[in-house]
Each structure stands twice: as C-alpha cells, then as structure tokens.
Write a new protein. Structure first.
Length: 305
C-alpha cells in the first residue's frame, strides 16, 4: 500500500510537484503589486509586464522603485507607475491606496506581496507588532480600500502572497503585540500569516457573486530580501546558510502570473496554493469563528470600523 501524508503535511511533497503555466495575455490590465523592488514581487512585476499588464507598484524605497519602474517600461507597452508607502505606517499605506483609486478607474488584479520577518519584538509607531502590521494589517488595508473599485472592474482577482510559515502559528488574539510572552521570530511571522489567511476566507464570503476572487499562495522556498532588516549576524546566516538552499524567485513570479492570468482560475476563490497547486492549510488557520474575530479586529486596527 502506498503511503500518503495527511493533508496538513502535504506541503512537504508539494514543493516538488510540477507547476502549471500560463501564456495568457494581460494586455492593458491594471495590476497593483506591493513589495516589488526585490525577490518575489519584483519577479511577478516582470512577468506581468512581459504579458502586457499595466503594472502599478506600491513600494517603500523610492530609488529602488524608480529603478524597477524604468526596467518595466521596457517590457510593457503600458506605462507603469509606483506609489510610496512604508508598510509599518498604515497612514502611508492608506494614502498610497487612495492615490491609486484617484488615478485608476479600474483595477483588474491586486497582489499583496510585501512582507517582513522579525527576529526580535518591535512595535510600529502606532503600537502594532511590526510583522503583524506589515504582513497582515497593511495587506488587509490595501485590499479593503481597493475592494469596491475591483468589484466595479469585475472580473478581477486578489492574490495574497502568504506562506507555509503560517504553520508556525503564534496567533493569540488577546496578545497580538507579544507583551505577555517571549517573542519568537518564526511564531511572530506565523501569527501574521495565519491572520492573513483567516481574513481571506472572510473576504471570500463577502465577494460571493461579485466576480472578484481572492486566493492565497505560498511563493515557494526562494531567495528574497525578507529578514534583511535584522542586523549583521542574521544577514551573515542568511547569506551563507539559508540562501544557498533556496531557489530562484523567478518560479514565484511565474506562479503568481499563472494565478493572476490563467483561465483555469476563473471563478476559483477562497483557496490556498503552494505555488500553482492547491493545498490544505494548517487546521488552526481554518478556524472560522476565530477568523471572524480577527477580521473585526483588523477593521478596528486599520481604522475601518
């Protein structure tokens, strides 16, 4: 009898599965992407630009965003754009989203990719735990602000770049800032990604019959700059120990392009993908009762009650 892993452990073998491909044109489609100056977001932006999309970036660093902007201009017949926001500052995130609404009468695709990994507990100026703010609250806020425009633009797609790191969990609804326990980087990251997944299911319910779909995906074990904010020791460890074991982020860009463009995904919503293959998330991320509480808290924490 052939042994099979239980659903919640299939992520171990899913990384080796063949990936689906798309050659679908994205000509003129407005694709908003966060975190585009390196790694996964950068590769996704290139892939979408090559397919003819109008790439609209939200990035933190102006110089890096400008360089990517110039590169994308050579790939797509449609003028790209970038808006600046530090994702630890939700006011800046809201301002960037409002600027996009003011400039684009339609939005076809939203890809929430910006992320951070913290090795120590740090709080934003507003008092949010940094990983929770950047990885979850900022993407939640962008999605919420652009949602109506996307419904007006339907069919449209939302892709939340999540992570197998949600399996580390760490989410405690009564201690989102880690005041009452020792901060652990992997669990802090897991808490943020668990919260993001939980709100995907809630958004999916809201979007039923609107023509807008929302899915989450793990971008693969690929090289990126995530975590490079954690100091010299972490960067040395990442460069010489972690990064050599990781794959080229181009595979992530191709997977995101598939999820954003392929007719195979028409009407498919409320799913979690490991790159392009559907997968079952960890059981704790499927707790709908807790998810509804996280959704409401997220509204309050982003001042969108």
């Amino acid at each position: 009898m052939k042994f099979e892993l239980p659903d919640e452990l299939k992520f171990i073998t899913n990384a080796r599965l063949p990936q689906k491909q798309s050659n679908e044109s994205m000509d003129g489609k407005v694709c908003v992407i966060t975190g585009t100056t390196s790694g996964v977001g950068y590769e996704a932006a290139l892939q979408l630009a090559k397919a003819g999309a109008k790439v609209v970036m939200i990035a933190r660093n102006k110089d890096k965003a400008a360089r990517v902007y110039e590169e994308i201009r050579t790939l797509s017949p449609h003028e790209p754009a970038y808006f600046l926001a530090d994702f630890t500052d939700l006011n800046q995130v809201a301002a960037a989203a409002e600027a996009i609404l003011a400039n684009y009468p339609r939005i076809d695709v939203l890809i929430n990719n910006a992320g951070v990994h913290m090795t120590t507990r740090q709080l934003t100026k507003a008092g949010h735990e940094t990983a929770f703010c950047v990885n979850h609250l900022a993407s939640f806020l962008v999605t919420n602000l652009l949602l109506k425009r996307m419904m007006e633009s339907a069919p449209a797609r939302i892709i939340q770049v999540n992570s197998e790191g949600h399996r580390f969990n760490g989410l405690k609804i009564d201690d989102l800032t880690w005041e009452n326990r020792r901060y652990k980087g992997l669990q802090g990251y897991g808490a943020s990604k668990t919260a993001q997944l939980m709100t995907v299911w809630e958004f999916n319910d809201m979007l039923k019959d609107t023509g807008v779909t929302i899915n989450a995906m793990h971008p693969g074990a690929v090289k990126s700059h995530i975590g490079h904010n954690n100091g010299k020791l972490y960067n040395w460890y990442s460069r010489w120990i972690i990064q050599p074991l990781l794959k080229d982020p181009k595979i992530s860009g191709e997977a995101i392009y598939y999820l954003a463009s392929s007719p195979d995904l028409d009407g498919i919503s409320g799913k979690f993908f490991h790159l392009t293959n559907e997968e079952i998330p960890a059981p704790h991320a499927m707790d709908r009762e807790l998810g509804k509480k996280i959704f409401q808290l997220s509204l309050e924490m982003t001042n969108r009650k």
